[in-house]
Write a protein that binds this ligand. Sequence first.
Ligand code: FRU
Length: 492
Amino acid sequence: MQADLLDEAQRAIARTLPARRDDYRLGYHLSPPAGWMNDPNGLVYFRGEYHVFYQHHPYSPQWGPMYWGHARSADLVHWEHLPIALAPGDPFDRDGCFSGSAVVDGDTLYLIYTGHRWLGEAGNDEQGMRQVQCLASSTDGIAFTKHGAVIDTPPHPDIMHFRDPRVWRRGDHWWMALGARQGDDPLLLLYRSRDLRQWDCLGRALEGRREADGYMWECPDLFELEGRDVFLFSPQGLEPDGHERWNLFQNGYRLGRLDERARFVAESELREIDHGHDFYAAQTLLAPDGRRLLWAWMDMWQSPMPSQAHHWCGALTLPRELSRDGDRLRMRPARELAALRQSRQALAIGALESGSRTLEVRGALLEFELELELTGSSAERFGLALRCSDDGRERTLLYFDAMARRLVLDRQHSGAGVSGVRSVPVAPGQTRIALRIFLDRSSIEVFVDDGVHTLSSRIYPRPDSLGVGAFAVNGRGVFAEGAVWSLADLKL
Ligand code: FRU
């Protein structure tokens, strides 16, 4: 049955491929060959390769009954799409194989995911749902055998949202973190097992309150980073606050300590981990060399997704290396991504007096490294215009706003569907802003000051909007020397 459902889904993808349009197709980011993608799932290193699974709907570019798509890579740069790993349809996961994680035990790769069933009509939350935690395994890392539900009842009858198991090894136990919602309050639940099959509930590691913490914590991750424990999660139901939390849902973290009683003692407030428009459901993986790598879904629920008209939708961010500075996380692009670099060109923009200049650079797949010099600059705002069209209609701006003292990503003219700005603060006394920017056909990822802040957003310029410019408004803008690389089009 599972094999038939997987074959049928694979055939649906193959049938759709000839109709797919590639104007917005990403060159070096993971996206589904066709159909829909959301959360990264089951990030794991198995037999010398990185495996990334993802929430996938192979039958349309809209969310639907969830499958697990699958890709793998030996080097974090080149990815091979593998057959779809999980299809919904068994009694315990009839309406969806929702998000989860993967672990390796001996020679076996295990997937732990949420089996989802609608109690009323599909998609109707009000009529209820049943969510259970399921196990599947594989010895070749490609074909999976389902073992059914291993946790089939939430610890309290008022818990209906109960999902996204994140499993890791600690001592001689497997541990599992789950996101849950009781009434209107969010919960982080912990379980423990010796064999991945029998699980004991350790209780509530952290409880939130609707007003302060949202109503649900999706996709929890819990890991140690340089001596502190990190609770990474995707809270739903928070309101914007100043410059923060402007996406429909957020992705953030709290630092703290998982104590002996399996309580997470939070020692910092929620902090958004990325400040772009499109970043959600991040998950991490511990690489064999000890690096903590992170991927997120580079989209947001209910945001414009113009590639749906082209029969595909959804992408993952670049893999990032996580580190910690005191109470803050830092994200740098995985060092392996330097292999994407093709030809290098020096960027010598220098000082620009009130005006704009078109640079001798064009491209959709580019990486920039440059610094904005705040000392000596007097402009109200200055920075770069990317993916500019020749007719002046399209451009994506990244600039320092001196009045607000913020670095701003402006996608008001970034092409089909999208709009709005996002920004991050520039510290008082800071004299320069270091930027590392990755452009792909429909995305921009900005790493600010070596990963102190990041902004990740989708943009949908026309394929011929390839220009790059620099500008300064009312005064001088000083750009330190930098470089730009064209990046490999791997057609992932
Ligand atoms: C997060 C999420 C998860 C769920 C999955 C369903 O984006 O809502 O909580 O498991 O997506 O596709």
